[in-house]
Design a protein around this ligand. Structure first.
Ligand SMILES: [Zn+2]
Length: 348
């Protein structure tokens, strides 16, 4: 009898534990769903465009993607436009969303009032949110592709002819018409998803985690209309090698902020010091702050970016901290929205 009673109590306990575990799992799932859905509202302000008739322009396209032109030549950084939904990124293998990429590319050329031709693309590093679409873009619109050996494997996996893939080591140089773009080894933001090289052609479809980082670069942009040395630094990922900008002087920095919201204040200050103070920049544009599982266009029309979900990043916090530093150092800070055009007027 005693034994049956114990067994009964045992079952009751087990059932109770089961319910508690289920409850906890539901609360956790709810928390994750909430964290993924709640995003900070970012005030992007209103920016007049087209007021300065500068030849050199950069059109921002989310993440660290952008299109640059001087009215003669067009080239891109990354050109990641597929921006698959989170569910597809997590649970399926990715392919280039050709329709989306073509739609964004066409809109980009039209807004820049340029023929639909590319001189080339520089790829920041080999994660899918930088490297996935670049091979398709150069196959469609022409030009050469520049990046690490890891990015080279992604290009070969998409059948870009080897003669049009320029593999860079720690440093490299890409000439696009009169533009000169220096590739310099930098570092990825310490997000935990770093390291590794693709060592064989990466065929699509492939899971997001198959895209190994390779080398992470920063880019120094020069153009004769804007002086003899570099005028802009593009830092796609929020990482740095201490001293990487020794000897670099630029007026403008495109500053990658992805992941900064979860890193400590000392890291953020050191990153700012290396990128902004050490280069003497007076204008900073924030890039790679957006949720790249959302598209750049909807029903044929360009749409606004949204910040990363709070669970993944805390862009409000990054922005708050960066604004303090910008104020302290008298630096102009602006968050770039997709489709914003930055103009670089000739110095008088
Ligand atoms: Zn990355």
């Amino acid at each position: 009898m005693m034994c049956v009673q114990q067994q009964f109590n045992g079952w009751r306990l087990l059932r109770w534990v089961g319910w508690v575990l289920l409850g906890l799992a539901l609360v956790a799932a709810g928390g994750i769903a909430y964290g993924l859905r709640s995003t900070p509202d970012i005030d992007l302000g209103v920016h007049a465009t087209g007021s300065v008739d500068a030849e050199v322009q950069a059109l921002f396209l989310g993440t660290s993607s952008m299109a640059w032109t001087d009215g003669k030549t067009t080239w891109m950084v990354d050109g990641f436009f597929s921006r698959q939904a989170l569910g597809r990124v997590a649970f399926s293998r990715l392919d280039v969303d050709e329709q989306r990429v073509l739609e964004v590319a066409r809109e980009t050329f039209n807004r820049l009032d340029m023929p639909h031709v590319l001189s080339g693309i520089v790829v920041a590093h080999s994660h899918y949110d930088h490297a996935l679409d670049a091979p398709f873009l150069v196959k469609t619109y022409g030009g050469n592709l520049y990046g690490s050996a890891s990015t080279g494997q992604i290009a070969l996996g998409q059948d870009v002819p080897g003669t049009r893939v320029y593999v860079t080591g720690k440093e490299g140089l890409a000439n696009f018409g009169q533009f000169r773009v220096e590739l310099r080894e930098s570092a990825h933001a310490p997000t935990g998803f770093t390291g590794g090289f693709n060592t064989a052609p990466l065929r699509l479809p492939a899971h997001a985690l198959s895209f190994k980082e390779g080398t992470s670069y920063s880019f120094l942009v020069s153009h004769p209309l804007l002086g003899s040395g570099p005028f802009a630094l593009i830092q796609p990922s929020a990482g740095f090698i201490p001293g990487q900008n020794n000897g670099v002087a630029v007026n403008t920095v495109f500053l990658g902020t992805g992941g900064l919201g979860k890193l400590d204040a000392d890291y953020l200050a050191a990153y700012w010091q290396e990128m902004v103070m050490n280069t003497g920049a007076k204008q900073v544009y924030l890039i790679h702050w957006d949720n790249f599982t959302l598209p750049l266009m909807q029903q044929g029309l360009p749409i606004s970016l949204q910040a990363m979900p709070n669970l993944v990043d805390d862009f409000s916090r990054s922005l708050r901290e960066l604004k303090k530093l910008a104020k302290r150092d008298s630096v102009n800070l602006r968050v770039l929205n997709a489709w914003d055009i930055v103009e670089f007027p000739r110095p008088r």
